[in-house]
Design a protein. Structure first.
Length: 68
């Protein structure tokens, strides 16, 4: 299980990126919401979508959940 976080700041396309702990592109502490521990990025993105409906995985740390 790995800790996941969602960026509170939206990207230019309106998405809120989901990052796994340790990602080089992790948002600053004040700009992220903890999603808890997840076995994969899919469940983390689902948790993020409850907060920010337009969420997806980070290209670098959760690429299998990155939708563009």
């Amino acid at each position: 299980m790995v800790q996941y976080f969602v960026n509170r700041n939206e990207q230019a396309n309106g998405d809120h990126e989901v990052h796994r702990q340790g990602c080089s592109f992790m948002p600053n502490t004040e700009n992220r919401t903890r999603l808890g521990e997840h076995g994969n990025c899919r469940t983390a993105v689902l948790a993020a979508k409850k907060i920010f409906p337009k969420s997806n995985g980070c290209f670098y740390c959760a690429n299998e959940c990155h939708t563009g």
